[in-house]
Write a protein that binds this ligand. Structure first.
Ligand SMILES: Nc1ncnc2c1ncn2[C@@H]1O[C@H](COP(=O)(O)OP(=O)(O)OP(=O)(O)O)[C@@H](O)[C@H]1O
Length: 568
């Protein structure tokens, strides 16, 4: 595949270089070919490339080496900001390197400090405030003094253990380089992928290397900056580095992915953002894509249309179902769990894997095949002590009814446990009878009614939706459960992928359906209008041939973005 003239210019640019790309323009390809050429054309000098995830680092490394040959591997380092900063600190700081806290440990320490110093503030707000402080070069005072106590307590706990979190690691690297206490990495070229996602500390880390003599290459698309909530600077970060280093700015305006009419509507939408780099976006393809806008009475009717459309198409049609929130996607997943296509929830937990989802389907499975595990999980969900349930599971034998009967005899003295076991024993006998007579709906309602007495309000809400979706499926109870099992096992080549708009970044699909396009959901009230517009732009530009945007009348007015994109 030949490079187009814009790609060739970006690959060949000398010195500092900022490559402003549009979606589907081959960013990673340009970055890897540029890196490969730099290595192949120069005998000396190390090259370092930075990505935001380990997977992206591995992929970029193999693409660079595939283009220039393994001989150059020793002059190449590809990693995340944090892995490179850790390598730098290990190499240049005397003494023991810091121990890095895992995400779980970090949250556990923060939780303790939160309970001690600021239990009146919601925990997620505390985490956000601490993360925001650490994404800045100069600390900004907290809005609430108790947050300062949480922060100090958290830092003290880490210091006493010789530990550090990821954000501190990068800050330490930046402060040591700035004060002359540690040299930058000894590299000749530094390339950054997805550079629109850098925060203030990451921008400074790059600039310190640029000031020390490394040639900096940034590749990014400010219109695809989705992480402002994680303090990404977007266009401002790209501009700061380009201006300070007087970088050559080139663009990649040719989109190879989308049908031209799909791209034109996406471009029309994003043109409403004011704070963005001016750039052309042109389509390479010439075919006409299909675009539809659907307004359904309610969310169930909306997902019914998704199901109908997918079922009408070919078996192997590739679909992405996207929405702003996981809550909206839950309804889509429920409706799609009954279709005859491999379907997967990507990047989020399936509703059937939530605690109530797995307990519900597990108990139904026990009704069908007399297996004990689903029943034991239900017992522990209903409040019977997990240790007792495990012990009884080890000691008892036979079918579920026999094992329940011996459990009733040996149940702990507290009233609740025995009552639950008795109810379950009676329920199970009757559900099995109904199932044998083919009355699947009655069994589903009965099991849901039993579990609902032990649910929190949120669980009860989800349970109602799960119940409804199973009732809507055709076939016997065993066949319906088989469909659920099949959809969670078919993860290799799913025809239908369900994911948030955020998770769709970097992917492409023949057919894209963006649901929940209502005011309040898209733009979502939690974020700024420009951020939300970028999110829809990213979703629309995932589609190769077909783009469908839908909303539900019951959920509110249709999104203003549809108007802006010329789609209402
Ligand atoms: N010069 C080229 N000729 C033909 N096809 C190309 C060329 N460059 C890139 N492509 C194709 O364009 C498509 C989009 O490329 P890629 O996914 O790398 O884009 P991207 O810039 O990373 O997109 P996004 O930012 O939207 O995720 C790929 O299928 C790729 O093979």
């Amino acid at each position: 595949m030949e490079l187009n003239p814009y790609q060739e210019r970006a690959v060949a640019a000398s010195g500092h270089c900022t490559i402003l790309a549009c979606p589907g323009s081959g960013k990673t390809r340009v970055l890897s070919v540029r890196a490969a050429r730099l290595l192949a054309n120069h005998d000396k000098g190390r090259l370092c490339a930075v990505t935001f995830t380990r997977d992206a680092a591995e992929e970029l490394r193999s693409r660079i080496l595939a283009a220039c040959g393994q001989d150059h591997a020793r002059r190449l380092a590809v990693g995340t900001f944090h892995s490179l900063a850790l390598a730098q600190i290990k190499r240049f700081s005397g003494g023991k390197p810091p121990r890095l806290l895992s995400e779980g440990e970090r949250l556990a320490v923060l939780w303790r400090c939160w309970q001690q110093h600021a239990p009146n503030i919601a925990f997620e707000n505390v985490v956000q405030a601490i993360d925001a402080r650490k994404a800045r070069l100069t600390p900004v005072p907290f809005s609430d003094p108790s947050l300062e106590s949480v922060f100090n307590g958290y830092q003290e706990v880490m210091e006493s253990d010789g530990a550090m979190d990821f954000a501190d690691l990068l800050l330490l690297s930046v402060h040591r380089m700035a004060s002359g206490g540690m040299p930058p990495l000894p590299i000749r070229w530094l390339l950054v992928d997805e550079a629109q996602d850098m925060d203030e500390v990451q921008v400074e880390w790059i600039l310190l290397h640029g000031r020390a003599g490394a040639d900096i290459t940034l590749v990014g698309d400010d219109d695809q900056s989705l992480y402002a909530f994680r303090h990404a600077l977007g266009y401002a970060g790209l501009r700061k580095i380009s201006t300070e280093l007087s970088a050559t700015v080139t663009t990649l305006p040719v989109n190879y992915r989308c049908a031209p009419n799909i791209l034109a509507h996406a471009a029309k939408l994003i043109a409403h953002n004011r704070n963005r780099a001016a750039k052309k976006i042109t389509a390479h393809r010439e075919d006409v894509g299909e675009i539809r806008v659907i307004r359904a009475p309610d969310r169930w009717a909306e997902v019914d249309q998704i199901v109908e459309t997918i079922e009408k198409g070919a078996q192997d049609d590739e679909w992405a179902i996207l929405a702003r929130t996981n809550l909206i996607l839950d309804t889509a997943e429920l409706a799609l769990s009954g279709i005859d296509r491999p379907c997967v929830r990507t990047g989020g937990k399936s509703v059937w894997e939530h605690s109530i989802g797995s307990v519900f389907s597990g108990l139904l499975r026990s009704v069908v095949d007399d297996s004990w595990t689903g029943l034991a999980n239900a017992l522990s969900f209903c409040g019977i002590h997990a240790e007792w349930v495990n012990e009884h599971s080890r000691r008892s034998f036979g079918g579920c009814i026999a094992r329940l009967e011996s459990a009733i005899e040996q149940a702990p003295d507290d009233d609740g446990s025995r009552k639950t076991l008795l109810r379950l024993r009676i329920g199970l006998a009757s559900w099995r009878e109904q199932a044998a007579k083919g009355r699947a709906t009655l069994v589903i309602h009965g099991v849901a009614a039993f579990l609902s007495d032990y649910c929190t309000p949120n669980q009860a809400n989800l349970l109602r939706k799960l119940e409804e979706s199973l009732v809507r499926m055709p076939g016997s109870l065993a066949q319906r459960l088989l469909i659920l099992g099949r959809s969670s096992q078919n993860r290799r080549k799913p025809a239908v992928q369900i994911m948030t708009l955020h998770a769709s970044k970097g992917l492409e699909f023949d057919n894209v359906w963006i649901m929940g396009c209502e005011e309040g959901n898209l733009p979502h009230t939690d974020s700024t209008e420009e951020d939300e517009r970028r999110l829809l732009y990213v979703g629309m530009t995932r589609a190769r041939h077909r783009l469908i945007l839908s909303s539900a009348i019951e959920e509110g007015l249709a999104s203003r973005f549809l108007d802006e994109a010329g789609l209402s």
